[in-house]
Design a protein around this ligand. Structure first.
Ligand SMILES: Cc1cc2nc3c(=O)[nH]c(=O)nc-3n(C[C@H](O)[C@H](O)[C@H](O)COP(=O)(O)O)c2cc1C
Length: 167
């Protein structure tokens, strides 16, 4: 799929039907995260691939979507390693969302609900206390074609040369 098609196709999906996610696909998705831009190239992130049904079920407390996911990738950041750990995690997350979309899977950027259950999720995944478990991406197959949420029209968010200037 062309990159611009992938960008337009990526959509948040929060319930999945089972699908086999081969190891090679999981590695390609995690590798897309590893290749994201990183402030000062400090690379303060680790990625946890989750495949065991029991672990996915334990993450249901974070958000229900993990219970039906076939796999997941969690992003762990070391705030001591970079002041830009949050921006780096966001860049890695989007790279992985685009990668898994290109491979035919669906997901959703889980951060808001993870923040509320971070201690629980860190225990489930064995993440050391000083590290942050900031974003997790369930990976699965959408039960039906899901369009991306409505976006503001380009002409409403775009200025030319200076703020507020339309042409
Ligand atoms: C920083 C951030 C945090 C998010 N946290 C959650 C979350 O905890 N749970 C969830 O279901 N979606 C979460 N989302 C996904 C957004 O709700 C979603 O991207 C938005 O509704 C637009 O839909 P789209 O992804 O289909 O374009 C988050 C997205 C971002 C960028």
């Amino acid at each position: 799929m062309d990159l611009f098609d992938v960008i337009a196709k990526r959509a948040s999906v929060r319930a999945f039907v089972p699908v086999k996610v081969p190891e090679a696909d999981l590695l390609r998705i995690a590798d897309a995260g590893r290749r994201a831009p990183s402030g000062g190239n400090r690379q303060p992130l680790n990625f946890i691939i989750i495949q065991q049904a029991e672990t996915l079920r334990a993450l249901e407390k974070v958000q229900a979507c993990f219970a039906t996911a076939s796999a997941a990738v969690a992003i762990v950041a070391d705030p001591a390693a970079s002041r830009w750990w949050l921006e780096d995690a966001a860049a890695a997350s989007e790279n992985m969302l685009l990668a898994l979309t290109a491979l035919g899977y669906s997901s959703v950027w889980v951060e808001g609900t993870l923040l509320k259950e971070e201690d629980h999720a860190k225990r489930v995944l064995g993440v050391p206390a000083p590290k942050r478990l900031i974003i997790a991406l369930p990976i699965g197959k959408a039960p039906q074609d899901t369009p991306q949420a409505d976006k503001k029209p380009l002409q409403d968010v775009l200025w030319r040369e200076s703020y507020g200037k339309k042409e």
